[in-house]
Design a protein around this ligand. Structure first.
Ligand SMILES: C[S@@+](CC[C@H](N)C(=O)[O-])C[C@H]1O[C@@H](n2cnc3c(N)ncnc32)[C@H](O)[C@@H]1O
Length: 174
């Protein structure tokens, strides 16, 4: 693993506990049954019951488990050991079955098999140095007729505050 990936992985290991305790991620709400998925994703991805879904860069699994609650058979993958440990614990705590795999996105093993849906969402692509390789990796896991769904911001948008009224440098973080 090169220096950039190691440094970034350390950054994500440190963020997991902070995010899991944050209002933004709202784990308590999830445990009460609330979905972390947004209406746009639900509409565009459509029904997932009995479909195999691979979640790339799943963080601590909130979205992965929200798809599982809708009936998908889910696998989440992330390169942060703390994220995967936390995702497995959340799966147990919520009683929602899921597989979580510790892996750098480019190194995901073919043994995972093929999926109906490969999914990634907000805050995933800005960490990726080689987007072509990322998309090739995602495509490798699709069944014929399956699809890749990405809901993400352009990384540059992260520089600015998003209150919709002013353009100013973003100062807060979840
Ligand atoms: C902002 S989070 C994604 C949040 C996500 N939308 C969710 O479901 O909670 C970005 C994730 O990408 C992961 N990540 C960054 N670079 C990666 C890489 N090269 N391979 C695998 N995971 C990576 C981080 O560990 C982190 O969990």
């Amino acid at each position: 693993m090169d220096k950039y990936l190691k440094t970034n992985r350390k950054n994500w290991d440190e963020r997991v506990a902070l995010h899991a305790a944050s209002r933004f991620y709202n784990v308590a709400g999830f445990l009460r049954g609330k979905s972390s998925l947004l209406p746009l994703e639900l509409k565009e991805v459509g029904p997932v019951k009995d479909r195999r879904l691979l979640h790339l860069q799943c963080h601590f699994g909130l979205d992965t488990l929200s798809w599982a609650r809708r009936g998908a058979s889910v696998t989440g993958a992330d390169f942060s050991p703390k994220a995967i440990e936390s995702a497995r614990a959340l799966s147990d705590r919520a009683g929602v079955p899921a597989d979580f795999v510790l892996s750098d996105v480019y190194s995901l093993g073919r043994a995972l098999g093929k999926f109906d849906i490969v999914y990634a969402s907000y805050g995933a692509l800005c960490w990726i140095g080689d987007l072509k390789r990322w998309f090739r990796t995602a495509a490798r896991f699709l069944k014929p007729g399956g699809f890749l769904y990405v809901a993400d911001d352009h990384p540059f948008a992260g520089v600015f505050d998003d209150d919709g009224r002013r353009v100013q440098v973003y100062r807060d973080c979840c």
